[in-house]
Ligand binder design. Sequence first.
Ligand code: ZN
Length: 135
Amino acid sequence: MKPTHIEHIGIAVKSLDEAIPFYEKMLGTKCYAIEEVTDQKVKTAFLRIGQTKIELLESTDPEGPIGKHIEKRGEGIHHIAYAVKGIESHLKEAEESGIRLIDLQPRRGAEGLDIAFLHPKSTFGVLTEFCEDKS
Ligand code: ZN
């Protein structure tokens, strides 16, 4: 496994309307994309800082993963996503080294990336995402 960089950091927020202006001001940049990922029951907003992005995540359903996360732990960092080249081989290698996978196969995430999550129980408490831009 050899990720190339941190692609994004996912932050769970209660309200994009409140969080976006704050992050735009703090990072001195405009949110460049808002996208709903229906199968994750989430609305995402992206800001760019260097080669990394901040992904703000607002739940569209209290029963969705972000809704549950906020109910249990409140707002805050939800996951860290590493850019990889060859997501399938990264997943295979992770699995072979005993890391518990949430996604055995990559699926389509925001911004058209192929993404897959590793279980936080295997990654010292951090929900970890591999993602690959195959476009
Ligand atoms: Zn993500």
